[in-house]
Design a protein around this ligand. Sequence first.
Ligand code: DQA
Length: 144
Amino acid sequence: MDELLLMNGPNLGILGRREPQLYGTDTLADIENTVSEEVSDREWKVRSFQHDGEGELVRMIQDSYDTVGAIINPGALMIAGWSLRDALANYPRPWIEVHLSNVWARERFRHESVLAPLASGVIVGLGSLGYRLAARALLAIADG
Ligand code: DQA
């Protein structure tokens, strides 16, 4: 069965309890279920991975070249996650960068992502809906 990588970086394992006014009340499990539901008709399975460490995320990307695409919320690694960026440069499938909050409406240090230039697309500010939309985008890209 084809698998879609759903990867979340530092501080996203506590979604639901983390600054809900910014990130909403959905947990990571809720998001995993949403994405799974979205891709189930295509019989894609979701390979979900969350880690607070950049090295573990890099390793996961290296181990996921067999996936059909990826949805990635890098958290604060968007700002200076250079090794994550290099790992993604060699990821052979389309991937979408997602941020729950509208990073451009926040502090200046969040306004640039070192990863975004490599992404097929970027979705920000739509909360957990962003993950659902990213899944839909990857399905459409796969359809060509
Ligand atoms: C975030 C935005 C980042 O700037 C922040 O460091 C996060 C969450 C988001 O989903 O809105 O950890 O990626």
